[in-house]
Design a protein around this ligand. Structure first.
Ligand SMILES: Nc1ncnc2c1ncn2[C@@H]1O[C@H](COP(=O)(O)OP(=O)(O)OP(=O)(O)O)[C@@H](O)[C@H]1O
Length: 262
């Protein structure tokens, strides 16, 4: 369980997130949307352990989050984060090596075989078992993201963080990736927290949709941080509410669309 208790985040004088009070239960799929720069990735980074709250608490199962990324938490970013000089299989094995020997990065006797088997099983799960010897530049964008997902799952995390992982993919590939992520989420029982710019994707994938924005959307105070303004159980997507949310997330695009429809 993840809990934010009266959490605030500042960068210098800039307030990014304010007064976050929220609980995520194990196995939920949270999708986060909001205008650019409202602090979605910052929230993910606090769960990942690479950023700290400035005020308030962020708790994992009742305790403070680890100070550095741990195996319990996997992450996939929009930019492909795999090692370009290693093959698909070696991209997983390198993670295993360093997990087992942090300084030298090699397997002790007897450790390699079970790890290779685990890596192969994971690559099969994400549909990359037929390209084990290819290098990342020989993979499509979707395949590279499958590899990043396999890497993130290697430590058997309980929480998977996805920061716009499909933003750079074409619509067909995105659809395939949606299917994969939903399958993995159901099979592994993990908690997923995902940032997306696509409201439809947020509604389609999540069990809860979070909308971040300034508490007062029309405030001209540039230093006002964002907060969670909607926490919606999915299924509540009335058309009027959808339009209101879309307008908050993409104010300019929504305005152009509504004007051109006149
Ligand atoms: N390390 C940092 N130092 C200073 N300011 C930062 C840092 N990281 C993020 N920010 C600022 O914090 C704010 C929130 O950034 P964040 O990346 O969390 O937004 P976001 O909602 O994920 O945006 P986007 O949708 O465009 O990815 C932005 O104004 C950004 O410039």
């Amino acid at each position: 369980m993840i809990e934010a208790k009266n959490l605030f985040k500042y960068y210098g004088k800039q307030s990014v997130l304010e007064k976050m009070n929220v609980t995520i239960r194990q196995g939920e799929f949270i999708t986060m949307v909001g205008p650019s720069g409202c602090g979605k990735s910052t929230f993910l980074k606090m769960i990942l352990g690479t950023e700290k709250p400035s005020q308030g608490k962020l708790l994992l199962n009742g305790k403070s989050f680890p100070n550095e990324p741990s195996a319990e938490i996997g992450v996939v970013f929009q930019q492909y984060s795999v090692f370009s000089h290693l093959t698909v299989l070696d991209n997983l094995l390198i993670v295993g090596r360093f997990k087992r020997n942090k300084t030298l990065g090699f397997f002790a006797k007897g450790q390699k075989r079970p790890f290779v088997e685990k890596a192969l099983a994971l690559l099969e799960k994400v549909g990359l078992d037929n390209v084990l010897d290819k290098y990342p530049h020989e993979l499509s964008g979707g395949m590279a993201q499958r590899l990043a997902i396999a890497q993130a799952l290697l430590g058997e995390p309980k929480i998977l963080l996805l920061d716009e992982p499909f933003g750079a993919l074409d619509p067909g590939t995105r659809k395939d990736m949606h299917k994969l992520v939903l399958e993995l989420w159901k099979e592994l029982g993990i908690t997923i927290v995902m940032v997306t710019h696509d409201l439809k994707e947020g509604f389609y994938l999540g069990t809860r949709l979070w909308v971040f924005d300034k508490a007062n959307h029309y405030s001209v105070n540039k230093n006002q941080g964002s907060t969670l303004i909607y926490d919606l159980p999915i299924g509540n997507n009335e058309p009027e509410l959808y339009r209101e949310l879309d307008n908050r997330i993409h104010p300019v695009e929504s305005f152009i669309i509504s004007q051109s429809a006149k």
